[in-house]
Ligand binder design. Sequence first.
Ligand SMILES: [Zn+2]
Length: 47
Amino acid sequence: MAARPLRCRFGMHKWVLRHEPETEAYHECARCLKVRSPYPSPLATYE
Ligand SMILES: [Zn+2]
């Protein structure tokens, strides 16, 4: 498995807004493609 970008390993993702016609807008990391929920739980912990 390829190593993740160093900044992503530290939780410093490069969030970009994605929006597709059939889905809600969401944020995705431009480097590792991790998806972040646009509606995080109030109990969620932030990186
Ligand atoms: Zn990332």
